[in-house]
Write a protein that binds this ligand. Sequence first.
Ligand SMILES: Cc1ncc(COP(=O)(O)O)c(C=O)c1O
Length: 367
Amino acid sequence: MKKIPFVDLKIQYKNIKNEIDNAIQIVLNETAFIKGKYVEEFEKKFAKQYGVKHCISCGNGTDAIYISLKALDIGLGDEVITVANSWISTSETISQSGAKPIFVDINEYYNIDTKKIEKKINSKTKAIIPVHLYGQPAEMSIIKKICKKYNLFLIEDCAQAHFAQWNEKKVGTIGDMGTFSFFPGKNLGAYGDAGCIITNDDKFAVKARMFANHGSLIKHQHKIEGINSRLDGLQAAILSVKLKYIDKWTESRIKNAKLYTELLSSIQNVQTPKIHSNAKHVFHLYVIRCDSRDKLNQYLNANGVSTSIHYPTPLPLLKAYDYLKLDQNDYPVSKNYKNQILSLPMFPELSKGEIVYITDLIKDFYK
Ligand SMILES: Cc1ncc(COP(=O)(O)O)c(C=O)c1O
């Protein structure tokens, strides 16, 4: 039986093995393990490719959000608006900063419903964190306008959306700060945990860099208390190699998504992803909505196709948020979609034959 993984990291490594192995060996030879030359090099390259003034690397994408909140002085007594369907990092970091997460339901693009944001704003609201989920930008023109109107900070969670664009502007550069995860399975993935923040604001950049490094920019001079969230040299060297390929890989993801959509569009029981006319969707994930989701999922798995669900439970419905005593009927779209969404295998190296195999199985299932 054919076996198709959800993400194939081995094939990508095989394709660039020599370059990666060389980069790792150099870091080992120089024992440049924490911070240092290779981290600085990656930060410079990433900032340049994004056309921003600052890239502050850190330990992972969760820390990137937490550090951004701290750099913006968000904390106790504040409220931060975010989206009901995301990975828990987006909201747990709000709570950890001392602020209260306020959830807004999603729209047909699986992103924050911008029509529902304003009624959640009050005098305590300090920021909005939209998530560019699955690789598709949230409606940034509207969100930015709302932030301006109410004087709110804007942090973009770009963990799933490396080099995605809204109106031809790269996401992460539209708000005050953009946060990234380089978790191995992400569009740009390290070989361990890694993350970064980008910003054009000098003050926020200094504060973020300081907070991520025990509150210090100069050794033993701690202006504030911070945390230990650093990128290591091995990950930085690996990311620098992979950064050269990101445009090519992104185009392959888009091509794969197009083929999926073409082959699935005739199936009545399946809703393929809608792409917003202002968005460049980079397809970190290819998520369909479908009838009898669990049965289809089992059928695909039984035939060697690995799948996933992003996410089985919307954030406000998680046990972790019982304490907020939220009205669970406030998130009808997220609640409705949670039993229909299914993430199909998606990675740049996925072949045409594999996509045909997967979509044929889906066709057979609904026959
Ligand atoms: C939307 C979103 N935000 C934040 C994160 C956190 O990233 P990390 O796993 O690197 O901490 C992730 C990663 O899973 C994510 O998908």
